[in-house]
Design a protein around this ligand. Structure first.
Ligand SMILES: Nc1nc2c(ncn2[C@@H]2O[C@H](COP(=O)(O)OP(=O)(O)O)[C@@H](O)[C@H]2O)c(=O)[nH]1
Ligand SMILES: [Mg+2]
Length: 373
């Protein structure tokens, strides 16, 4: 590729602003005419050099005919057959986008195209990422959105907090300068939230939000499934590792340890309740919790490590934990020896011991039991 000057250089006032609108579609034929009519109006009224890339996953529902019938020279339909999915479709759109600014929006008319000029203004004003936002003042969602979907969206938003402080990071309506992608880490769009992926991997510093009224989709149905929501959790995990490295792994390891404590207590309660002798209940509960922790760490925390033989890895993990217990013991007693006043409050020393044991367990797990290739 050559580096020709374009009319889209940021801040080049007067020249038409060049924009590529990427629209992922699957079975949206009924929405295409109105979407393109409204985009066409925005294009004309604001004198935008605007192209639309419809990234369709071979819907075979009349989408191709609907686009062909309108015969708009600024609209391009790409029918994809491989690597299906919303995020891959959008990522392919990025690669084809010729405009200096990229806008991503849904085809189902939930996202008002009329807001695009305001989004461009925000970029001109210094923002590096602009969101069409439901949750800033002036924004709203359609009335009959349903409580479940609302709470769901809110919870998902809260979970994204460690990565961004914007109010609506889940939005599928967003804009950024295409050049942002040149310096971004490789995108790994595994889930629905490609906007969040760009925001984090693009290391955006100044995100802005433009309020939108998020309408109920007019035709067709949503493809957002429960499976997508589980993939969202995996997506968050990857972003956490990208942004926080070891700290993210350590946090997961600690969370697993906390859950293991609950499992330990629950197992003890259960076994004791059904009359198992205490000495056996205590030992069995510890064992159950250890296996629980092992499995979760193997499948989740250290899923990036190659899976060794199950039993051998389990023994390694238990060995690491046993050493961790020794570290805990040593640190606790050491701290008490250092500050004899703590003899009356051994819990304080014990907390330091537990933390040291945790860190030791983490290091042994990460670098010995679940080491990466
Ligand atoms: N290319 C492509 N687009 C998709 C796919 N799934 C959803 N979309 C499009 O992505 C946008 C958002 O999807 P939608 O079902 O409305 O999700 P919701 O708004 O979260 O309910 C719409 O324009 C869909 O047509 C897919 O697998 N491939
Ligand atoms: Mg939708």
């Amino acid at each position: 590729m050559t580096n020709e000057p374009t009319t889209s250089a940021p801040g080049l006032s007067g020249a038409a602003r060049s924009v590529s609108v990427v629209v992922p579609t699957y079975r949206e034929a009924a929405n295409i005419p109105e979407l393109l009519a409204r985009l066409g109006r925005v294009r004309g009224e604001h004198h935008l050099d605007l192209e639309v890339l419809i990234m369709d996953d071979a819907s075979n529902d009349g989408t191709e005919e609907a686009v062909a019938a309108l015969a708009l020279p600024w609209v391009r339909l790409v029918v994809r057959t491989g690597n299906r999915g919303l995020s891959p479709a959008v990522a392919d759109g990025f690669a084809l986008a010729g405009g200096g600014t990229v806008v991503v929006m849904d085809a189902d008319l939930s996202h008002p195209p009329e807001v695009i000029p305001a989004m461009l203004d925000a970029l001109d004003g210094g923002a590096d990422f602009v969101i069409g936002s439901r949750y800033v003042s002036g924004g709203a969602t359609a009335e009959d959105w349903g409580f479940l979907r609302w709470i769901n969206s809110r919870a998902a938003t809260l979970l994204a907090r460690p990565f961004t402080t914007v109010m609506d990071p889940m939005s599928g309506f967003f804009a950024f300068r295409r050049a942002l992608l040149d310096n971004a880490a490789p995108l790994n769009p595994i889930g629905y939230k490609i906007g969040l992926e760009v925001l984090v991997k693009g290391r955006c510093k100044k995100a802005a939000e433009v309020p939108i009224f998020f309408s109920q989709r007019k035709h067709g149905e949503s493809k957002l499934s429960l499976r997508e929501q589980l993939r969202y959790l995996r997506h968050l995990r990857r972003l956490a590792v990208f942004k926080y490295g070891h700290l993210a792994h350590f946090a997961q390891f600690s969370l697993v340890g906390f859950l293991g404590t609950l499992v330990n207590l629950a197992a003890l309660t259960l076994l004791d309740g059904i009359g198992v002798p205490l000495k056996i209940s205590v030992a069995a509960a510890i064992l159950i919790a250890m296996v629980f922790n092992f499995v979760l760490n193997r499948q989740v925390t250290f899923s990036d490590a190659p899976k060794g033989p199950f039993l051998r890895q389990l023994l390694g993990f238990c060995g690491a934990c046993a050493f961790g217990a020794v570290v805990n013991y040593g640190v606790t007693l050491g701290v008490i020896r250092l500050w004899p006043v703590l003899e009356r409050a051994p819990q304080a020393a014990s907390i330091l011991g537990i933390l040291s044991g945790l860190v030791f367990n983490y290091l042994a797990s990460r670098f010995i039991v679940f080491r990466k290739k």
